[in-house]
Design a protein around this ligand. Sequence first.
Ligand code: AMP
Ligand code: GLY
Length: 425
Amino acid sequence: MKILVVGGGGREHAIIKKLKENPQVETVYAVPGNGGIAEDAVCMPEIGAKELDRIVAFAKEQSVDFVVVAPDDPLALGCVDKLHEAGIPCFGPDAKAARIESSKVFSKNLMKKYGIPTAKYEIFSDPAKALDYLKTADYPIVIKADGLALGKGVLIPTSYEEAVDAIRSIMEDKVFGASGNTVVIEEFLTGPEVSVLAFTDGTAIAPMVSSMDHKRAGDGDTGLNTGGMGTVAPNPYYTEDIAKVCMKEIFLPTLAAMREEGCPFKGCLYFGLMLTPNGPKVIEYNCRFGDPETQVVLPLLKTDLLTVMQAVENETLSELNVEWHEGAAACVILASGGYPGSYAKGKEITIPALPQDVICYHAGDKLEGRTLVTSGGRVLGITATAATLGQALEKAYAAAETVQFEGKYMRHDIGRRALAVLGEK
Ligand code: AMP
Ligand code: GLY
């Protein structure tokens, strides 16, 4: 079989490596892919992940049997709709279902209408009204730009004055572009965060192993928000009892709500949850695999990934028993110094032979001739699996030390909180 994966980061590399475990998979194409993915797939750097017509034409030319659309942008633009129009089977939600991520207003209204637990909120398209509301609000408060803002459209001002600045910069100065025409202002929630990715065909759901992201740039959860500096799975806060509550109060009601709204969700639905003192609540939905959650979740998947994805596409997921390996996984991101601010590119990367159970996922690199050089903020994700989280972290960090490029930056406390919860350290 020939498979095409749309995207070019660490998440896509993890999807590609997993798909290749199926002996029926002969060729994987990646659009655009990256320097390291080129070891596992035929990369098409000249085609962008948002160039839908070129993606469909390429899939047709190469007689691709199945397409996986991983990033949010092509999903929101309707990549899956176009592939289906061309008769090409694929994995991912259509544009209408992808609104669950691409419009915060859509997802917040969905949760309110169907009684799915989330932070209380108000929606504003008029900056004057938003500013008025802030006068009587409690702080800290959470302000979110409505549209996709590359994961950066959330501000948490701690005072009225900061909140006024936030509204002015989002709605008047448009720091997040048109995404800021409408904002959601919501209640600040507290509690541990859990990421739960789930396969769903619209009706049946198979939640994946839970995970914990580390979004801030610095140790001790300090510094700026990033795309994610490391992950562990499973997330020790997410007990079986909490999983049952989430299934009943959040997962199944969300799927039913999407069907009811005429946009059943098929693909990977990502539940960003906060375990508040009043029970689990949805912080956000994503219409796709998380990055770098995928890098710790997929290595623990026992069932063949392509089989699961085909069951989602064919709406036969209820007939499949999706199984997981015991044990734990940890991923440490190696970033370019300066990220998420400005950083240097083009630094040569050297990766020695890695031990068994350690995988290097490539996120932001490219080939210059035969030399692998850095080309993005998050460069590599070093994932290790082991019987315990402590062992997985030890292996991932030991391997992360051996990889070299100028300016390499990583957090040194990935998984520390999870270990404390487990009582491992
Ligand atoms: P998001 O882009 O929606 O994932 O938000 C980014 C981060 O902001 C989340 O991972 C949370 O840590 C934080 N956040 C978002 N919404 C809330 C909320 N209502 N209360 C507290 N923290 C929040
Ligand atoms: N790691 C968070 C995300 O993928 O949105």
